[in-house]
Design a protein. Structure first.
Length: 262
C-alpha cells in the first residue's frame, strides 16, 4: 500500500528571514495554499507569527527559514524558537522545513542569473559583481567562496563581491572591476534583495536572483518534504538546532542525513 504524498497546500506557512531579506521576498500564491505569514527574524516576531497561524487554522504550521545558504544562524535560532513553542498544545502541529536554499543551490542560481543577462563567451571583458546586504564576517566570507565557484565554473574573467551597507560597497566594487580591465559590469544580487540600492551608470542590473514563481516552486518543495517527514513523526526541529554548529570554522551545511535518530 502506497502512502499518498503530502500536499504542500495543506499547511499554513510561516516564512522567517534574516539578513538575506527572505521575509520580504515576493511569493506567488500556491494553489489552494493556506495562510502565509512572515517574520523578519526568529524570536518574538516568529513566535507571534506561528501563534497567529495556530489560532487561525487547524492546518499544521510549516516554518521555512528563508536563507539562500549564507545564514545558518537563522536556521538554528528558528529551531530554538520552535522548541519552546512545541512544548505545549502546539506539539505535533508545528514543523520546521529545511532551509529554502544552500550554498550549492545559490551557486547554481547565480550562474543562471548571470546567463540571463549576458553570454560570458561573447563578453571577454565582462566582470560580474555579486552583491548582498552586509551581515557578519562568517556569512560575508561565504559569499567570497561562492564567487570563486561561480568564476571557476563559468570561466568568467572576473567575479567580484560587494556589500550593500558594508565594505567594499557596490560603487567600490564596480570601480574595482573597471580597474581590473572590465569594460562591462553586471551586478547580480546573491540574496533576496536588489542588486544595488540605486542605479549605477553603465552597469547592467542582473536582478532579481529568483522570480516569484521560482520562489514559490522551491517553497512548495520544502513544505511537501517537511509534511512527509511530519507524517513519519519527525517535525524537523531537532535537526535545525545544530545548523550553525562550528559556523565559520569548517562546519558543514545542514543536510537531511544529519537528523537525529530517536
Amino acid at each position: 500500500m502506497t502512502v499518498p504524498e503530502p500536499d504542500a497546500a495543506r499547511a499554513a506557512v510561516v516564512v522567517v528571514g534574516g539578513h538575506e531579506g527572505g521575509a520580504e521576498v515576493a511569493v506567488e500564491p500556491l494553489i489552494e495554499q493556506g495562510p502565509l505569514l512572515r517574520a523578519s527574524s526568529a524570536g518574538e516576531l516568529l513566535e507571534s507569527a506561528v501563534r497567529q497561524a495556530l489560532d487561525g487554522t487547524d492546518l499544521p504550521v510549516c516554518v521555512v527559514p528563508m536563507t539562500l545558504g549564507r545564514d545558518p544562524q537563522l536556521v538554528a535560532d528558528t529551531a530554538r524558537t520552535l522548541t519552546w513553542l512545541t512544548r505545549g498544545a502546539a506539539a505535533g502541529r508545528v514543523l520546521l522545513a529545511e532551509p529554502f536554499g544552500n550554498a550549492t543551490l545559490l551557486t547554481g542560481w547565480l550562474r543562471v542569473a548571470v546567463a540571463r543577462v549576458v553570454d560570458p563567451a561573447e563578453a571577454p571583458d565582462l566582470a560580474v559583481l555579486l552583491t548582498a546586504k552586509a551581515a557578519n564576517p562568517f556569512d560575508d566570507a561565504e559569499l567570497f567562496r561562492i564567487a570563486h565557484l561561480v568564476k571557476t565554473r563559468d570561466d568568467l574573467p572576473w567575479v567580484e563581491v560587494a556589500f550593500r551597507g558594508g565594505e567594499p560597497d557596490v560603487a567600490e566594487g564596480v570601480e574595482r572591476c573597471r580597474r581590473l580591465g572590465a569594460r562591462q559590469v553586471v551586478v547580480v544580487p546573491a540574496d533576496f534583495g536588489p542588486a544595488t540600492d540605486a542605479p549605477i551608470a553603465e552597469v547592467v542590473d542582473g536582478g532579481p536572483l529568483l522570480m516569484p514563481s521560482e520562489v514559490s516552486g522551491m517553497l512548495a518543495t520544502r513544505i511537501a518534504a517537511a509534511l512527509l517527514k511530519l507524517s513519519r513523526g519527525d517535525d524537523g526541529i531537532a535537526a535545525g538546532l545544530d545548523a550553525d554548529h562550528q559556523h565559520g570554522h569548517g562546519g558543514t551545511a545542514w543536510h537531511e542525513s544529519d537528523y537525529d535518530e530517536d
